[in-house]
Design a protein. Structure first.
Length: 511
């Protein structure tokens, strides 16, 4: 599988569902209808109606009907993974997600059924508040998952029950043996999911010892045999079913497969807003027109990755650029050829009204050889990389007060020389550009690499930061002809846009 990125640990909805007894006075009929609704509508619709909105994983389990299960323990549990928490929020802007959400009413009793985003576990459990224990991203769809669900012993109070679980969870967190762990406890139940790591954690046995009724489930990789518009009876769901749904996520579509480009095939943009244009107007134009137009008009002409950022606090003659961007192309010739396309010419003509074209600059990088020439971009590693996948860290800063430009550029060159000799684990790409009033640095780490910011911290010792962060993965929720407001750059001010890239290379002139 080509991995786009592992899911952040807080980007998961933790669901605890209780069947709706109002569907029939006969409890056996209620249970039968519950299973039927899950199999014919709810579980397949969860997948098919939400993939395009950013669903990255779905692991439902159905303990309803298991012998001895108390009614106060959920009848169905699920963890649903998304690109990010914002992706889940943005999903409700789509008709598909709003429609899917309304399917809950026929299946579940609400309340107490519900789902929540988790927070990082900090040593104690709060009733009905899920937590994640391992603070690193992971791909739960393609790992070995164990799910424990159980009930509070009758002789133990709810507070004492949760307190008894806390030291076990703390130990799991400190061991770090598992790749991921999610927990939620109510007054009467515990649900716990574990993604296997390199060695056993012992968590399931330790937690089980604190429970009365319990069931340990191993979700089975399961793929739907038909789609949303096919004629088929649905899935067969029975008591104790536990599934790890397998599907092609939106970043795994053919146009989202890995596409590496040469280190010198990136246009490095440093933009300054036009004189007399307010910062708010500049941000509004970029968010509603310029940035989405770049992302939507150019991939078919050879654009492979796009990392735009807004830089706070600009607008003066000595400040860093107001906006930066990396635009990766098949190669330098593909960029030149792209101007044969009307889409690219139209996009290019958008620059004039928003930017000070005398100060704004763009260019391809040269190999770094130890010194920094003002306004010349450099690539620090000479290897093809797909910057759309993985993580991109971006730093923009200005010289310390009173520091001469020559001294500043020399310090940046010395830092870059040392950085090239000892990059962080997983780093496979880096772009540097500096001028008398700023330094801009981008670092790419492969999917799954540790996400430290040591390089950015080192630069912060040489330059006063205006921006220092990891770019958020951003999937445009709409296209050129859809009605949508664009990108709110006050929220998404440093993003790695997930483009719809064609699987084939674009037409090349003369070839």
């Amino acid at each position: 599988m080509t991995k786009g990125f592992d899911v952040p640990p807080n980007a998961v909805r933790v669901w605890r569902g209780y069947r709706n007894p109002a569907v029939d006075p006969d409890p056996d009929v209620v249970l039968s209808k519950f299973f039927a609704n899950l199999g014919t509508v709810f579980v397949p619709a969860t997948v098919e109606m939400q993939i395009a909105a950013g669903l990255d994983g779905y692991i439902p389990s159905i303990p309803a009907g298991l012998p001895g299960k108390p009614d106060s323990t959920p009848d169905e549990t699920a963890i649903l993974f998304w690109d990010s928490q914002q992706t889940w929020t943005d999903g409700f802007k789509t008709l598909a997600v709003r429609t899917y959400t309304l399917t809950h009413g026929a299946v579940y009793l609400t309340p107490p059924s519900g789902a929540d985003l988790p927070t990082l576990y900090a040593g104690a459990l709060t009733a009905e508040k899920p937590c994640y224990l391992i603070d690193r991203p992971a791909d739960w769809m393609h790992g070995a998952v164990t799910h424990l669900i159980g009930s509070r012993p009758v002789a133990v109070t709810p507070d004492a029950f949760r307190a008894s679980l806390a030291p076990i969870l703390t130990d799991i967190q400190q061991q770090g043996a598992v790749a991921g762990a999610i927990v939620c406890a109510g007054d009467d139940y515990l649900v716990y999911w574990e993604l296997a790591g390199e060695k056993p954690s012992g968590a399931i046995a330790a937690l089980s010892a604190q429970l009365d009724w319990l069931k340990v489930l191993q979700p089975a990789p399961t793929r739907l045999t038909s789609g949303l518009h096919d004629v088929w009876p649905g899935m067969t769901i029975a008591s104790g079913a536990t599934l790890n749904m397998q599907f092609e996520r939106r970043w795994e579509r053919p146009e989202r497969k890995e596409q590496k480009v040469p280190a010198d095939a990136v246009h490095v943009w440093r933009g300054y807003k036009a004189a007399g244009m307010s910062a708010d107007d500049f941000a509004h134009f970029l968010g509603t027109v310029f940035v989405p137009a770049c992302a939507l008009l150019q991939p078919k002409a050879g654009l492979h990755a796009y990392v735009p950022s807004m830089i706070p606090g600009g607008g003066t003659p000595t400040s860093p650029p107001d906006q930066t961007a990396l635009m990766f192309w098949t190669d330098q010739q593909a960029y030149t050829d792209a101007f044969g396309a009307v889409a690219v010419r139209a996009y290019t003509n958008l620059h004039g009204g928003a930017y000070d074209t005398a100060r704004s600059q763009v260019g391809f990088p040269a190999p770094f050889a130890g010194t920094v020439t003002p306004e010349q971009p450099y690539y620090l590693f000479d290897a093809p990389v797909d910057w759309m996948f993985g993580s991109v860290r971006h730093f923009v800063g200005s010289p310390k007060p009173g520091q001469a430009a020559a001294t500043f550029l020399q310090a940046i060159g010395d830092w870059a020389s040392a950085y090239v000799k000892a990059p962080a684990p997983g780093v496979d790409g880096a772009i540097l550009c500096a001028g008398p009033t700023y330094v801009a640095f981008w670092e790419h780490a492969a999917p799954g690499a540790p996400r430290d910011n040591l390089a950015l911290d080192g630069l912060a010792g040489l330059a006063t930061p205006s921006l220092s962060r990891t770019a958020d993965t951003y999937v445009p929720p709409s296209g050129l002809w859809d009605q949508w407001p664009g990108i709110d750059l006050s929220v998404d001010g440093c993003i790695n846009v997930q483009l719809d890239r064609p699987a084939r290379a674009p037409f090349r002139s003369g070839g």
